[in-house]
Design a protein around this ligand. Sequence first.
Ligand code: SAM
Length: 294
Amino acid sequence: MADTSGQAPAETETRSHAGCSLDMDDRQFSDWTRLLESRTGLFIAPERRSFLVSGIRTRMRKTGYEDYREYYDHLSIGYFQIREWSLLVDQLTVHETCFFRHESSMKLVEEVVIPSVFERQRSFNAWSVGCATGEETYSLAMVIDDFCAARESDRYFGVTGTDISLPSLRHAREGLYLVRRLQGIRPAFQGKYCQSETDTRFRVNPNLRKRVCFTQLNSRDVERAPFANLDLVFCQNLLIYYDRERRAQLVNQLAGCLRPGGVLVLGPGEILDWQHPNMEKVRYPDTLAYRRTD
Ligand SMILES: C[S@@+](CC[C@H](N)C(=O)[O-])C[C@H]1O[C@@H](n2cnc3c(N)ncnc32)[C@H](O)[C@@H]1O
């Protein structure tokens, strides 16, 4: 994983590599940030320049490039270098996550969203946006399945996880995690939804995996994605990558994917002063959520 500390990686940043300067000048920095922003929405602030440089250099080392400009040209000409572009984006994004990461938000889903949706219909469709390696998506599936299992059976649910990172999605589809990842999962759910695979790994059980699907989606393309009439959109720790304007734009688009009564759950503090004519705030401690009212 790239250095996310934002600290300059000391003198190596300007040291010569195979005879080429590794300084990134202002013009190159602005070209790179513009390319990233236009293709992915990722915003790299000037103070995170060393983070960008370090990520690009890691990929350049792996592909044998010695010059930022050459590597930039290689990636920026059309979309032909899809694989390398995806590996670079992967290097520049943080995939940290865990099961039931934000407990209060999961409680809100469990105690408020799921019962109210199933009160008026038999199906429940949820979307985990920026799902990384899938822990958030499976956590949602666990709470919905648990609700259904405790009641009469003719209920259907599905949870879709999307992310820009192909390696993360591959991991998510496998549903295979280190045993220490069990930590966030309550014991009853561990017994019900997790099966031991080896001494060090467990896998999410096949019945739950059947309810979940993972697909690549760049959040810049949400408007063109086939998501509509959803009951829950869960989006945490993704907006932090965007500037204020792009955050509001994305949140508006996510709100547009909900059915009336559907709920959008964000991370607390991830957007400030956001308002939408058809969304009202859901009051629940330590959460940031909005319900579609029209
Ligand atoms: C820190 S993880 C958050 C995972 C999970 N939502 C959570 O809260 O635990 C952020 C994820 O957002 C993804 N991401 C970043 N930019 C993206 C974009 N433009 N489109 C889709 N996903 C993106 C990253 O690949 C990463 O997996």
